[in-house]
Design a protein around this ligand. Structure first.
Ligand code: ZN
Ligand code: ZN
Ligand code: FE
Length: 761
């Protein structure tokens, strides 16, 4: 006889790990206990040597579906005798805490019970078990126990209590366990929050949606605004009330069959669509999709998701197979997630509210992915993935780092023992509610991980609200250059430390020289970087305003190309711009006032989109580039694109003449080439020129590995074209796969750089 203690770390709480261990111990006839502890799960087992070995081997080789064992250590203990195996109550304190898993869609077993009229949870919209249901969005503290979730307010009925206490039951210690007798209840309410009497809130709500109304529906991480996707008037009304002119609305469809009726669906896309994380997947629109055109105007894709809560499952099994399910907010605000906030902010948008009395603790948006260049690419990483971790390639760092990200698409990241834990999408920090949720999110990550950071990593931009937050912590600050952080995010998730050729293309990041960067070629590793190439800087007239007005950026480029001729050309190519606007911009650029220099490729895309007359006004982030891509996707790429000029300046910095792309674009357009074909040529020329710069850097530095990151690479056409050329040229190409290439991935890069510098110091 022997007795061993096993300490398990990783994603082991809230995923049915203790019931699994219980079953396994019984199977092998072992005595002992299992217990959740702040540092993970502790197990003690006693029995014959062979049985103990078999027990440990089984745990390592076949853990439960959502559990991820990152570390398993065994220690010898004195034999104590006694028989039977028990689950002990959780310990309250410890060195560090383990992870709370992300929220999951209902599992097959729960869905079966859900649709069985004989089951006591038939059609109950809060059905869940240890394998599925909400987690992160319910948790109010750690260790993970019902008392520290928003289910604490609900007292289990005897039937639920019996399941909860039965180690053989699928709901053994499932903390959010509940049923129609004891759990949360739905209610239909009017926009002032007054309950509307009805037999079945779901049926009543569906009736209203079918009649063209807009409903606010409380989900897992916040409220959605829903309407009938086949009703153009309803979609138009939702757009008008949300003050959202063009930004695409997401769709929720009944199942993969309906998904394939409205969009093209590859095997890879199908897999992601049906995964328990249930993100929104961008899918190519199918001809004859039959949905309202106002859902995604100017786009070649729909954002599609499958039902991810039992309530959604009920909503989508009725007469309506496709609903618009857009986040419950006014334009540019974070989504509403408490009932009171929803009535206040959505009362003028929604005609009715389908809500319930289970609180959402953490605001968590839907995640958004697209498949490109042979893998999933995050546009937004949030519900279903947060607070998942990435193992850093820095195992020697014992200093814990809090990284506070950038400004737009903000996320934060907290490290613990060489692992980086990433928050959900927090949003645009210029919005006060988003800024406040930054602080709340950091607090909750610190509680879940049991970590107090010793260092704060942040961006260099002096105007970022994240920098303000970072300073407020009164801890040593590590400022990481924005584009270095982008490339470091790729290195971190690939377990690399560099050096690599880093290509960082985005809208804007603060450069070391005080100008705006965004078309950068770096030679970098995790500790530092050297800027070896860039797009030629142009003035951005009016600063941030130019980012909202692509026509202004186009004018700046016309001046770079044609000099004093620019105003006449603007009359030809930018009919939306008045003579007065042009002369004000000309003055700003000549005087160098309110016209910061930028090397941004995002702004170059804006200019191209405006010059082709596609988009003159960004009503949402990256509208002009996205619509340019949608046009380009309809045409064929040239075999021999015209490269832009690449020169070396006095300091040896490679410089890509960005205006060349636009000069040849205008030439093509004047020559009668179609808008779509011009847009495709622009993508092709940009990819080929970028690859040529990489070749030159390889020749100079002998580096074979290229990492691509930055928001511009959300563009699938550019990404795939560039990756194909680079791989053909023998480069090893690294891309973001687990965090967004846009600023949502910045916090991971910052954390990796700061941790690496600490480890090397
Ligand atoms: Zn389940
Ligand atoms: Zn119950
Ligand atoms: Fe960026």
């Amino acid at each position: 006889m022997r007795r061993i203690r096993i300490q398990v770390r990783g994603v082991v709480q809230g995923v049915g790990f203790r019931p699994y261990v219980f079953g396994l111990a019984q199977h092998h006839g072992l005595a002992g206990f299992v217990r959740n502890e702040p540092s993970g799960v502790a197990i003690e087992v006693e029995g014959p040597e062979a049985a103990l070995d078999a027990f440990v081997t089984a745990m390592q080789s076949a853990p439960p579906p959502f559990c991820r064992i990152q570390e398993l250590r065994t220690y010898q203990e004195a034999v104590r005798g006694g028989d039977g195996f028990v689950v002990l109550p959780s310990l309250e304190s410890g060195d560090y805490l383990t992870l709370v898993g992300p929220d999951r869609a209902p599992c097959a077993e729960c869905l079966r019970e859900f649709s069985d009229p004989a089951d006591r949870r038939y059609r109950y919209p809060f059905i869940n078990c240890t394998h599925c249901g909400p987690r992160y969005t319910l948790v109010t503290g750690v260790p993970y126990d019902r008392a520290r979730t928003t289910m604490a307010a609900f007292v289990m009925c005897p039937a639920c209590r019996a399941e909860y206490d039965d180690p053989k039951n699928r709901r053994f210690q499932a903390e959010p366990i509940c049923c129609p007798d004891c759990g949360p209840q739905l209610a239909l309410r009017d926009p002032s929050g007054i309950q509307i009497a009805c037999d079945d809130p779901v049926e009543a709500c569906l009736g209203q949606i079918a009649a063209g109304r807009v409903a606010a529906i409380k989900g897992i991480g916040g409220f959605h605004l829903a309407c009938d996707a086949r009703n153009p008037d309803a979609v138009a009304a939702l757009r008008y009330r949300k003050q959202r002119d063009h930004k695409p609305f997401a769709l929720m469809v009944r199942d993969e069959v309906v998904a394939s009726q409205v969009a093209e669906l590859s095997g890879e896309e199908l897999g992601i669509l049906c995964s328990p994380e249930r993100p929104i997947v961008l899918l190519r629109k199918k001809v004859g999709h039959g949905l309202a055109e106002g859902i995604a105007p100017g786009q070649g894709t729909f954002g599609v998701m499958l039902p991810y809560s039992p309530l959604h499952a009920r909503l989508l099994t009725g007469a309506l197979s496709t609903l618009v399910m857009t986040s419950g907010n006014g334009s540019d605000e974070p989504i509403a997630f408490t009932n009171d906030d929803a009535y206040r902010r959505l009362g003028g948008i929604a005609d009715l509210f389908l809500t319930h009395n289970r609180d959402i603790q953490v605001r968590t948006d839907d995640s958004v992915l697209r498949c490109a260049a042979g893998g999933p690419r995050f546009l937004r990483r949030s519900r279903g993935y947060a607070p998942g971790t990435v193992l850093l390639p820095v195992s020697t760092c014992t200093t814990e780092v809090l990284a506070v990200g950038a400004e737009l698409s903000n996320t934060v990241c907290l490290t613990r023992a060489g692992e980086a834990c990433l928050s959900q999408h927090i949003g645009d920090l210029s919005n006060l509610a988003a800024y406040e949720s930054l602080g709340a999110t950091v607090q909750s990550l610190e509680a879940i991980l049991g970590v107090r950071p010793a260092i704060v990593a942040c961006d260099q931009h002096p105007g970022y609200a994240s920098l303000r937050y970072a300073r407020s912590r009164n801890l040593p600050l590590v400022q990481v250059q924005h584009h270095h952080a982008h490339i470091a995010s790729v290195l971190a998730e690939k377990g690399r430390t560099g050096p690599v050729i880093g290509v960082a293309f985005d809208g804007m990041g603060w450069g070391d020289d005080g100008t705006l960067w965004g078309g950068e070629f770096l030679v970098c590793d995790l500790s530092g970087y050297e800027r070896v190439g860039r797009f030629s800087p142009v003035p951005q007239p009016g600063g941030d305003a130019a980012a909202r007005h692509p026509a202004r950026m186009a004018y700046a480029y016309l001046r770079a190309i044609f000099g004093v001729e620019a105003n006449r050309r603007a009359g030809e190519w930018l009919p939306g711009l008045s003579k007065e606007e042009c002369s004000v911009m000309a003055q700003m650029m000549e005087a160098g006032v309110h016209a910061p220099l930028t090397s941004s490729v995002g702004r170059l895309f804006d200019a191209a989109s405006a010059l082709l007359g596609i988009c003159l006004h960004n009503t949402y982030h990256a509208q002009a580039p996205m619509e340019l891509e949608a046009h380009a996707a309809q045409a064929r790429m040239d075999a021999q694109p015209a490269l832009a000029k690449i020169s070396k300046d006095a300091q040896g910095l490679l410089t890509v003449q960005g205006s060349d792309f636009l000069a040849s674009l205008l030439e093509s357009r004047s020559g009668g080439i179609s808008v779509a074909q011009c847009a495709a040529r622009f993508h092709g020329a940009l990819a080929s020129t970028t690859a040529e710069v990489c070749r030159r850097i390889r020749d100079m530095r002998g580096l074979e590995c290229v990492a691509l990151s930055g928001g511009v690479f959300a563009n699938a056409l550019l990404l795939e074209t560039l990756v194909a050329i680079l791989e053909q040229e023998g480069f090893d190409v690294l891309l973001n796969e687990r965090v967004p290439a846009n600023d949502g991935g910045i916090s991971l890069g910052q954390a990796a750089v700061a941790a690496w510098r600490c480890a090397c110091a």
